[in-house]
Design a protein around this ligand. Structure first.
Ligand code: CUA
Length: 355
């Protein structure tokens, strides 16, 4: 967990920005969020001053001068009303368009991102890199690489918040949420839980340590005795007996083949289709009857309570690693337990229609 040569207290090293109340800007998206934030603040300040100034001016200029004064009737003005409707509309839409653009960029994780698993529990953050390296309340990342966090909770709702990166997302029990970032500046930054989660919520904090890529690679290889989540998942897959139905070569055909499953379209008995993601695989392990793949029987028992959230992540990451290496050839693949049969047409899982 400790960085070699780490002597100064972390608080003293925490990066702060030169603007008061604004955290350091240290990711590719943080500058964009700040620009939007300053725009929103600027518009707000401008109109607050304008309206209060005009209000004060009118209050003085059109004040009642005699006790029985009756104001002159006003007929209204289409021109004025059009102006004060159209201008705010344009300003509001510019806020919407700009925010939506940043939101979509933030919400869609890039395909080539390095994946890091995050499990929240009362009251700590457990983090595991795809190489197996584990951390608690610390997250080491390199600059200049896209990092995708795949997050879940063991108990209540938490929220993973890195102010310097301007990213923040809820961490939910029974679901996977993701967020991504690319750090731009080496340093140590705050990590917060931003959702009240019980007594020690305020203590559910940590630090994000952004390193140069070479330093990061050294750090990552410095403690490589730990198993990668995919390898641990493969062992679970064996020990829980999953392999007897989802065998390496599709033995028995009792369960759908898993090689290449992740990210693929799945056809269900009820005619629906979905894309296999983390949430679907988790549900199929904990509540197998919820979605039955077309052509298969609902025979799989539930594994709810038998696997912890961390073990679920390991199994998911094992299934993700089962890629069909060459879909055009029918030879076996080198991947563990991978099944290379390329065509789904010969499988009972084939869709009844080409929807
Ligand atoms: Cu976890 Cu607040």
């Amino acid at each position: 967990m400790e960085t070699p040569g780490w002597t100064v207290k972390e608080e003293e090293l925490m990066q702060t920005s030169w603007i008061p109340f604004i955290p350091e800007s240290a990711s590719t998206v943080s500058g964009k969020v700040d620009a939007l934030y300053f725009y929103l603040s600027g518009v707000t300040v401008f109109f607050t001053l304008l309206i209060s100034g005009v209000l004060t001016f009118f209050v003085i200029k059109y004040r009642r001068r005699t006790p029985f004064e009756i104001p002159r009737p006003i007929a209204g003005s289409h021109k004025l009303e059009t102006i004060w409707s159209v201008i705010p509309f344009i300003i509001a839409m510019s806020m919407f368009g700009w925010s939506a653009q940043i939101y979509f960029e933030n919400a869609r994780s890039p395909k080539n991102a390095n994946e890091i698993y995050v499990v929240g529990k009362q009251w700590m953050w457990k983090i595991q890199h795809s190489t197996g390296q584990r951390e608690i309340n610390e997250l080491h990342v390199p600059i200049g690489r896209k990092i995708k966090l795949i997050m879940t909770s063991e108990d209540t709702i938490h929220d993973f918040f890195i102010p310097a990166f301007r990213i923040k997302a809820d961490v939910l029990p029974g679901r996977y949420t993701t967020q991504w970032f690319e750090a731009t500046k080496p340093g140590t930054y705050h990590l917060f839980c931003a959702e009240y989660c019980g007594m020690n919520h305020s203590g559910m904090i940590g630090s994000v340590i952004v390193m140069q890529p070479t330093d990061f690679d050294n750090w990552l290889s410095g403690n490589s005795s730990q198993q990668s989540p995919a390898v641990a998942g493969q062992q679970l897959f064996q020990s829980l007996g999953c392999v007897s139905c989802h065998g390496a070569n599709g033995e028995g055909g009792r369960g759908p083949e898993l090689a290449g499953l992740f990210g693929r379209k799945v056809f269900l008995t009820n005619g629906q289709t979905l894309i296999a993601d983390e949430g679907y695989i988790r549900e199929s392990i904990e509540n197998p009857q919820a979605k039955i793949v077309n052509g298969f029987n609902p025979i799989m028992p539930t594994f709810q309570g038998q696997v912890t959230p961390e073990q679920l992540i390991q199994i998911i990451s094992f299934i993700k690693s089962l890629q069909v290496s060459n879909p055009q050839s029918a030879t076996t693949t080198p991947a563990p337990a991978a099944k290379a049969e390329p065509s789904t047409a010969a499988r009972p899982a084939a869709p009844p229609n080409s929807k």
